[in-house]
Design a protein around this ligand. Structure first.
Ligand SMILES: C[S@@+](CC[C@H](N)C(=O)[O-])C[C@H]1O[C@@H](n2cnc3c(N)ncnc32)[C@H](O)[C@@H]1O
Length: 346
């Protein structure tokens, strides 16, 4: 038996390291309050305002907004002169409307704190309560869809859509694209905008997602071609077979019954149709997780564990396609962090 090592005094270098991390996390927490309360957007529209004016415009409590302005000023999200607050360039970057917005970092930060607290408590019993844990924070919930859209919408449009032939081929056949676990519908709305010949159907188990998706389809004038409905992936049925069935960050939610899910995919594809599965690429070797590009994935997989899920390796998905007689192909994106695996019916 080795001796326990005696605790050493923590050095200043480690203290400074932790301090920088702590300030970064709190800056994101302050930004989250601004995002959630619509404070960045209102301040931008007002071109600067006193805390009371900002509170009135955003419909928030003036005393809270005054304290938030102080915190946002301290963390350089706001500047101030004569009691009037204005967005700094950094503050403006957190506006959800800004192209390339930093909003997902703020949402992710507060969600991480929530999930960390739940993991710490659940670790005693080993209980895995499922996706309900995500819905426990009323202010975070409405930001899931926008967060995922801001993170992955641009890469889908600029990188994935042009790299995969399946979309164009489906459009040439004036086909049907289905998205199972479609969230707020961002994927199908982009696909429908790019390919006017495609018809689209999105299904999600969460009614709020479907409401947001349908509203947006109608606002974009796509309501005739793009439909969304509430439903369970496990019991998906549709009278018309599909040219594309996409699952984006949804397969790991239903992997525990993968035989059933892959059977559904095969049975709902037209000949030459493809299932297109986009998942985080869980690496084969642990050391990859330490790369700054990958380390968030390791924490997210812990939060998936709470929900009863785990991230997948592309080879596992390809194997599941082969098992049901679909021909697999693996594509890698974003420095190997994201994988798209297609399975095509002969
Ligand atoms: C991580 S989110 C991804 C959402 C969306 N595909 C995106 O990329 O933004 C997973 C989605 O799958 C949905 N989902 C999970 N299990 C489901 C099931 N059995 N039936 C229907 N939807 C499900 C959830 O409601 C959630 O919207």
């Amino acid at each position: 038996m080795g001796k326990e090592s005696k605790p050493q005094a923590v050095g200043q270098d480690l203290r400074d390291f932790a301090m920088r991390d702590a300030q970064g996390a709190v800056r994101l927490a302050v930004a989250f309050i601004g995002v959630s309360g619509g404070l960045f957007g209102h301040l931008n529209r007002l071109r600067g305002a006193r805390a009371e004016e900002l509170a009135a415009a955003a419909g928030r409590d003036a005393a809270y907004v005054r304290r938030w302005c102080d915190a946002a000023y301290a963390f350089e999200l706001l500047d101030e002169a004569d009691g009037t607050f204005r967005l700094t360039a950094l503050g403006r970057a957190f506006m959800p409307e800004s192209p390339g917005t930093l909003m997902p970092f703020a949402v992710q930060d507060v969600l991480s704190a929530h999930m960390a607290e739940r993991a710490a408590g659940l670790m005693t019993s080993g209980e895995r309560p499922g996706e309900v844990v995500l819905a426990e924070r009323a202010t975070i919930l409405p930001w899931f869809g926008p967060m995922l859209e801001a993170q992955f919408g641009p890469v889908f449009e600029k990188t994935i859509m042009p790299a995969l032939k399946v979309y164009e081929e489906a459009a040439l056949r004036e086909g049907l694209a289905v998205d199972l676990g479609c969230g707020n519908g961002w994927y199908l709305l982009r696909l429908a905008a790019r390919f006017p010949q495609l018809r689209c159907l999105g299904v999600d188990g969460f009614e709020e997602n479907i409401r947001q998706a349908q509203t947006r389809a109608e606002a974009l004038g796509l309501g005739g071609r793009v439909q969304f409905r509430t439903g369970d992936i496990y019991s998906f049925e549709n009278p018309e077979k599909a040219d594309i069935i996409a699952l984006n960050r949804a397969l790991h939610h239903v992997w525990d019954e993968k035989e059933r899910v892959f059977g559904i995919l095969k049975n709902h594809l037209k000949p030459k149709g493809s299932a297109v599965i986009w998942e985080p690429h869980w690496p084969l070797e642990r050391h990859i997780l330490r790369q700054p590009t990958h380390r968030m994935m390791a924490f997210q997989n812990l939060t998936e564990h709470i929900q009863g899920n785990h991230f997948l390796m592309p080879a596992e998905i390809a194997d599941a396609f082969s098992q049901v007689g679909l021909t697999p192909a693996i594509y890698s994106f974003l420095e190997g962090r994201e994988a798209v695996v297609t399975g095509t019916l002969a």
